[in-house]
Write a protein that binds this ligand. Structure first.
Ligand SMILES: [Mg+2]
Length: 117
C-alpha cells in the first residue's frame, strides 16, 4: 500500500511539474480545490435517500470514483506541498481517535466523545 501511494505521489508530482503548476499550488488554493472536489462528490448523493446512496448505478459509481480520486489527489498534493507524511499523520490521528473513543464507551454509539468524557 505504501509503495502504491508513493507511486501515486510521484505521478502527481510529475503531472504538476510537466505543467509548471507548482506556482499555483499554495496550501490555500489546494485546500479550496480539495473542498470543491469533495462538494462534487457530495452532489452525487445530495437528494438521494440513504438507501439510494448505497446502491449506485455503474455510471454513477464511476462518476463518484472520479470525484473521490480528485479529492484524494488534492489531499495528497496538500500534504506533499506542506511536507507532511500523510500515512504517518493518519496513523497518529487514528491513535488519537482511539483514545478519544475507547471501545468500551464508543462501541455501537454515534455520540461525540464529549458526551462521555
Ligand atoms: Mg471533480
Amino acid at each position: 500500500m505504501a509503495d502504491s501511494l508513493d507511486a501515486l505521489k510521484q505521478k502527481i508530482q510529475a503531472f504538476v511539474d510537466e505543467r509548471d503548476w507548482a506556482q499555483f499550488h499554495t496550501p490555500k488554493n489546494l485546500s479550496m480545490a480539495m473542498m470543491v472536489e469533495a462538494a462534487e462528490l457530495l452532489e452525487h448523493f445530495q437528494w438521494d435517500t440513504p438507501a439510494e446512496s448505497q446502491t449506485l448505478s455503474s455510471e454513477k459509481r464511476e462518476q463518484v470514483s472520479h470525484e473521490l480520486a480528485d479529492t484524494l489527489v488534492y489531499l495528497l498534493r496538500i500534504a506533499q506541498v506542506l511536507g507532511i507524511d500523510i500515512i504517518d499523520a493518519a496513523n497518529k490521528k487514528i491513535a488519537l481517535n482511539a483514545e478519544k473513543y475507547p471501545v468500551d464507551k464508543a462501541r455501537g454509539s454515534r455520540a461525540k466523545y464529549t458526551k462521555y468524557l
